[in-house]
Design a protein around this ligand. Structure first.
Ligand code: DQA
Length: 146
């Protein structure tokens, strides 16, 4: 079965309690469980990773990317300034989708720029946790067409 990485950056371990007016009530554990159910239907295997550390995220991407068919990443605040995450994604030559729970374009100006999006297939934002499912559907279709 094709395997997809689902990577979440800083503070996303606090989903469910963190700024619930913006990010909603779902915990990361609940979100991952939902994604696993969807992945089973789509015949995809998921590997989850969350870290609050930029270096750990990069180490994970470097180690796992050569062995998988795609990656869904929510780089959280690193989206807006981490050239190192951007370079890690560009280096591994993998189809990557950037996902955000909130609609960045309705928020502070510093959130409206992603330094990561230019090296991704695309960016999904503003659909809450459903954005991750949308990204998974993309991979399901894209892999079938290969
Ligand atoms: C976020 C948006 C980022 O600006 C923020 O720093 C996050 C979460 C989102 O999913 O909406 O931590 O990536």
């Amino acid at each position: 079965m094709p395997r997809i990485l689902v990577v979440n950056g800083p503070n996303l371990n606090l989903l469910g309690t963190r700024e619930t007016d913006i990010y909603g009530p779902l915990t990361l554990e609940d979100l991952n469980e939902r994604l696993n159910n969807l992945a089973a239907d789509l015949e995809l295997e998921l590997t989850f990773f969350q870290s609050n550390s930029e270096g750990e995220l990069i180490d994970f991407i470097q180690k796992e990317a050569p062995n998988v068919s795609g990656m869904i990443i929510n780089p959280a605040a690193l989206t807006h300034y981490s050239y190192a995450i951007r370079d890690a994604i560009a280096a591994v030559k993998l189809e990557v989708i950037e996902v955000h729970i909130s609609n960045l374009h309705q928020r502070e100006e510093f959130r409206q720029k992603s330094v990561v999006a230019p090296v991704c297939v695309g960016q999904i934002c503003g659909f809450g946790p459903y954005g991750y499912a949308m990204a998974l559907s993309y991979f399901s279709d894209a892999l079938r067409e290969e």
